[in-house]
Write a protein that binds this ligand. Structure first.
Ligand SMILES: *Cc1c(COP(=O)(O)O)cnc(C)c1O
Length: 380
């Protein structure tokens, strides 16, 4: 038997520091509800922003493909795992994102790690936002490139670093479009300006942008009008799309390169065909029912207005971080909200820096304006 005693003291330290995480089992229900310990509560901790995961049409599309194609894809896309549904989903993404090509990945995490490590070389320099998602950071590390971290609220530092950087390799600026724990937007116009001035390429992770921001739901790049200035957009199917998987919207040459060299694509089993069928349906609904997105945005704006002064960052859109600071108080407030019928995220270190623990409230299009008002009353 291996000796795992050393884990015991590390685990105890997590408990002592108020950083212990209970991994809860919850049952998600239609209409943006969920069941926790036998009680039905409003789920404000999910990223299913548009309430598509339970949409009957999305479920029906998955069931039909499930009956025809079975549960698992059985192999990676390059071997034999790419079904007609994978091809249809790629075509749907191209049409939605208005790009020549798209590549699918098992998750958004895998899309970021695989894409960045395949495109960025160890001769390059990557400028990475301090608040970027772990998968972007891991992809940058795996590339072997020199990593420079900047703050998007202090772009003069990025500018200075870009000016200083030299060498034979390329320069890349890698950023989330919506910062997942702060809910604010990357300054994409300014980043594109800097990239153009200093010959860098911009890669944007639209995990929380797709389906939510932009007149057509293409994300924050659409919202700021920089789609043509950004080199590459990466997205996830696991959030507003309501399913699972990651994708890159790109040119044909980038697709061909990723098919050959993105290790998380080449060496991982393809998505289940039924998941692809569900995602195709979701993209259709995002196009045909813009009112979901509009309702989500107006609820988010209303809640932000009610909570002004208590927000951890000035942002826009459905991720609303309420400042608490101490981890144990954050836990306690989340427990009280749960008692009152709202499941919200309690976000503590190491996910966020010490002293910045927060309640992370994710609005959903399933919510009504009256619920947002009662939630704000509970918090104020
Ligand atoms: C959730 C998230 C991912 C990962 O996507 P998954 O499909 O859940 O693996 C990547 N980037 C950001 C910014 C995210 O919030």
């Amino acid at each position: 038997m291996a000796d795992w005693d050393w884990l015991g003291s590390d685990l105890q330290r997590l408990r002592d520091e108020g950083l212990w995480r209970d991994v809860r089992t919850i049952k998600s229900l239609p209409g943006g509800w969920c069941e926790v310990d036998g009680r039905r509560v409003r789920n404000l901790s999910s990223n299913d922003y548009l309430n598509l995961a339970h949409d009957p049409r999305v479920i029906a599309a998955a069931k039909e493909a499930l009956d025809e194609f079975g549960v698992g894809a059985g192999a990676s896309a390059l071997v034999s795992g790419r079904s007609p549904w994978h091809e249809r989903l790629e075509a749907t993404i191209c049409e939605f994102e208005r790009t020549e090509a798209a590549v699918l990945f098992p998750s958004g995490y895998a899309a970021n790690v695989g894409t960045i490590s395949a495109l960025v070389s160890d001769q390059d320099v990557v400028f990475c936002d301090r608040l970027n998602h772990a998968s972007l950071v891991d992809g940058c590390r795996m590339s072997g490139a020199r990593l420079r971290v900047y703050r998007h609220d202090r772009l003069e530092i990025l500018e200075r670093e870009l000016r200083k950087s030299s060498g034979n390799g390329r320069r890349w600026i890698v950023t989330d479009s919506v910062f997942s724990m702060d809910g604010d937007l990357a300054p994409l116009v300014e980043l594109c300006d800097l990239a153009e001035e200093f010959d860098a390429r911009v890669i944007v992770d639209e995990a929380h942008g797709t389906g939510v921001f932009g007149a057509n739901g293409r994300g924050v790049c659409e919202h700021f009008g920089v789609e043509e200035r950004v080199s590459l957009r990466i997205g996830t199917l696991s959030k507003a799309i309501g399913t699972l998987g990651g994708f890159v919207a790109c040119s044909i040459s980038v697709r061909d390169w990723l098919w050959h060299s993105a290790r998380t694509h080449v060496f991982s089993t393809a998505l289940p065909p039924a998941v692809c069928a569900a995602a195709v349906q979701s993209f259709g609904l995002i196009g045909s029912e813009p009112e979901r997105r509009q309702h989500l945005m107006s609820l988010s704006a209303k809640f932000r207005k009610l909570m002004a002064g208590r927000l951890l960052a000035d942002g826009e859109g459905p991720i609303v971080p309420i400042r608490v600071e101490q981890p144990d108080l954050t836990q306690q407030m989340a427990a009280e909200l749960l008692d009152a019928g709202f499941l919200v995220g309690s976000i503590r270190p190491p996910t966020v820096p010490h002293g910045t623990s927060r309640l992370r409230i994710c609005m959903t299009a399933a919510c009504g304006a009256d619920e947002v008002e009662s939630l704000a009353r509970l918090l104020l």
